[in-house]
Design a protein around this ligand. Structure first.
Ligand SMILES: [Fe+2]
Ligand SMILES: [Fe+2]
Length: 292
């Protein structure tokens, strides 16, 4: 096995919004094809599978997603809980809260200094509301799911836990974001995966990497942000995030050091599309946006 063969790889795809006027079937087709050509441990579908939670939209989403030839973790988003859509979600995709674990073989475990990877998936939606909420009643359950202390730990939740620059007025951040972040920090969670804002962005916070994905397959975009999805790659010393764009480009967006548990200035990359779509951020952080 080559050195890179040890890496933990996952795809983070969100906000596909089947049924939406601007859903792009050709784009979705190309995403499925590209994902299936990749060597991935798991694909996280981080919510908003539908436009309005209707049964036919969920069935459409299920037809697309069943073609992904990797293990999948699927969570609902706020659009999926409209019109009692969570009933269809549960029928087609199972529980709204779930856990996925992959155990590493001994070579990989030694290289990645982890026994495996645990993904805990949480439904942050509420019927017919756009804002996100986790709820104190779920904190104990989340704690119990991360029951392998030496695993690489990933939380998937649709709504964002930290505001995202260049996305306008903040309205839908998880209402108990502070308490959730404190819980995750206590649990030594490594990565948080969210969607919802339709703008990709990354924060390093208290040793965690927080990854937000754009809309993968629609024109429900903000400003100049193009559709995109994320690839996350974990090796012995770093986490790398790549953005995949609709024209087939795969560009490195950042490096997070697992030694210092931070995004460092030297190691922070931003793609041109990323800078273009986050001009407010780019203007206030010029040294970070120069790219390399
Ligand atoms: Fe969305
Ligand atoms: Fe959403």
């Amino acid at each position: 096995m080559t050195l890179s063969g040890f890496a933990l790889r996952l795809a983070q795809i969100s906000d596909i919004h089947c049924g939406e006027l601007t859903f792009d079937a050709d784009l979705m087709e190309s995403i499925i094809e590209r994902v299936n050509r990749m060597k991935l441990d798991v694909v996280i579908i981080a919510g908003d599978l539908t436009a309005n939670g209707y049964e036919w939209e969920f069935e459409d989403a299920a037809r697309w997603l069943e073609r992904i030839e990797h293990p999948k973790v699927v969570i609902p988003g706020n659009h999926d809980s409209r019109n009692v859509g969570y009933v269809h979600f549960e029928r087609l995709f199972g529980g709204r809260f779930s856990r996925f674990r992959t155990e590493f073989d001994s070579l990989r475990a030694e290289r990645l200094q982890a026994t495996g990877a645990t993904v805990v998936a949480v439904d942050s939606s509420s019927p017919d509301l756009n804002e996100g909420h986790c709820g104190r009643e779920h904190y104990g359950w989340i704690r119990d799911q991360f029951d392998e202390p030496d695993d690489f730990k990933i939380l998937a939740i649709h709504h964002h836990l930290v505001s995202i620059p260049g996305t306008g007025r903040e309205r839908n951040i998880i209402t108990d974001a502070g308490d959730v972040l404190a819980e995750l920090a206590k649990l030594d969670v490594d990565v948080v995966l969210s969607g919802h804002k339709h703008v990709p962005f990354f924060w390093g916070l208290n040793g965690m990497l927080i990854c937000n994905s754009g809309t993968a397959s629609t024109r429900r975009v903000r400003g100049l942000t193009p559709p995109s999805w994320n690839e996350i790659q974990v090796d012995a010393s770093t986490i790398k995030a790549y953005l995949h764009y609709e024209d087939g480009r795969r560009e490195m967006s950042l490096i997070f050091s697992l030694k210092t548990r931070t995004l460092t200035r030297d190691d922070f990359y931003l793609t041109e599309d990323f800078v273009e779509s986050n001009r407010i951020y780019a203007a206030s952080a010029a040294p970070l946006s120069s790219g390399r």
